[in-house]
Ligand binder design. Sequence first.
Ligand code: PAF
Length: 278
Amino acid sequence: MRLVKSITETKKIIKLEKNKGKIIGFVPTMGYLHKGHLSLVHIARRKSEFLVVSIFVNPTQFSPDEDLKKYPRDMKRDLKSLKQEGTDLVFYPSVKQIYPSDYKTYVQIKDLSRLLCGVSRPHHFRGVTTVVLKLFNIIKPDIAVFGQKDYQQAVIIKRMVKDLCLNIKILLGKIIREKDGLAMSSRNIYLSTQQRENATVLYQSLKWVKWSFNDGLTNPKKAIKKIRVMIKQNSGKVDYIVAVNKNTLEPVKRLKKGTLIALAAYFGKTRLIDNTIL
Ligand code: PAF
């Protein structure tokens, strides 16, 4: 496994592999890898012949009041895990490489990036699409794998790939959960023991809505109201709870098979997201 920081060097290595006819797989990450990330790496490994994983904590997707500076990092552990998963190249650029001082170009996907997480994080998805497009242009993958936990991100990336005619197949890896159901996230380490326990209500509320839907519940307002109460009872502060069409992210009038229930809530200062598809 090679660790490469330079864009030029990465492009050179990948060109050689492409010339050999290899399928290039790619998983973009911000590091501090957990089993959720590694499950995406595992999918990409199976589907490709040369596997690239990027580790880059992307400043443009954080707003000034967010956790960029204290975002957790553990390069040594990440490299060990990626090697075990059979990664061929880890791309680990500096912020200066990706955003030189005269950097001016940003990519924004209309409408989709203003909904759900985009309401409380208005600049977030512009940062995500900008860096992902840049990484796609450097790595030129045939396939790229994203996680279902960041469902809105995956919808936006798929839209960018379609709208900009990129020749990349986007695959979605399922949410990997802790034993008690909490979705794995690099941010879970910020939670105190009590907050960690309270946060399991997110999965419990999604399980409840699935169960209730199977039992005949079709009113999205009723479902959202109940989830809100459950989260509040566990000291969570709701950012949003939505029942939306899983492709357009527009609210639905009735719950049906395929409806996306997505939510974000704060436990202390830590904002967690989760979702399920009915
Ligand atoms: O999902 C993430 O970790 C990030 O948003 C991504 C896709 C690596 C872009 O910085």
